[in-house]
Design a protein around this ligand. Structure first.
Ligand SMILES: O=C(O)CCC(=O)C(=O)O
Ligand SMILES: [Fe+2]
Length: 146
């Protein structure tokens, strides 16, 4: 793999860092990692990397390499989420419903990303969860919807 591509090891190390922060909310028990490899596509306009979807977990922490292609749907318009070296993307809005997003196919790839999905885990629990205060906008702090 070319040296400019993030190695899977680096991706996982980065996710572990954010994992330790999120663990204080008790969400680490259900952390699942998903690695994506998008090969270069000679005709990206004819296909898509990942179709429009929203993630079903509490929050997704995503590490993407330098290629780009991630887009979020905002007011019915696809907005690019350009890669920033060393940064992680948090896919959530403040109601715990993940924004709809997709990944475009690209000519210059391959593109690599690692998603870390946080949820309460597979085993049933009686623990009550609420919104993460830091992720709520000011007007929602006093009256969380969920
Ligand atoms: O590869 C990406 O940038 C996004 C991956 C994604 O949306 C997912 O795994 O749910
Ligand atoms: Fe996703």
């Amino acid at each position: 793999m070319a040296s400019q591509h993030l190695s899977l090891k680096k991706c996982c190390e980065a996710c572990e860092n954010s994992l330790s922060k999120i663990s204080r909310y008790g969400l680490h028990g259900g952390a699942r990692y998903l690695s994506h490899y998008y090969p270069a596509c000679p005709q990206p306009e004819l296909t898509i990397g990942i179709n429009k979807h929203s993630d079903g977990d509490f929050i997704t922490v995503l590490l993407q390499d330098h290629i780009g292609g991630l887009q979020v749907l905002h007011h019915n318009q696809w907005i690019d989420v350009p890669p920033k070296p060393g940064s992680l993307v948090l896919i959530s809005n403040d109601k715990y419903i993940s924004v709809e997003h997709r990944v475009l196919a690209n000519k210059v790839g391959p593109r690599i990303s690692v998603a870390c999905f946080f949820s309460t885990g597979a085993s049933p629990s009686s623990k009550l969860y609420g919104p993460i205060a830091e992720l709520l906008s000011e007007d929602k702090k006093g009256s969380p919807v969920h």
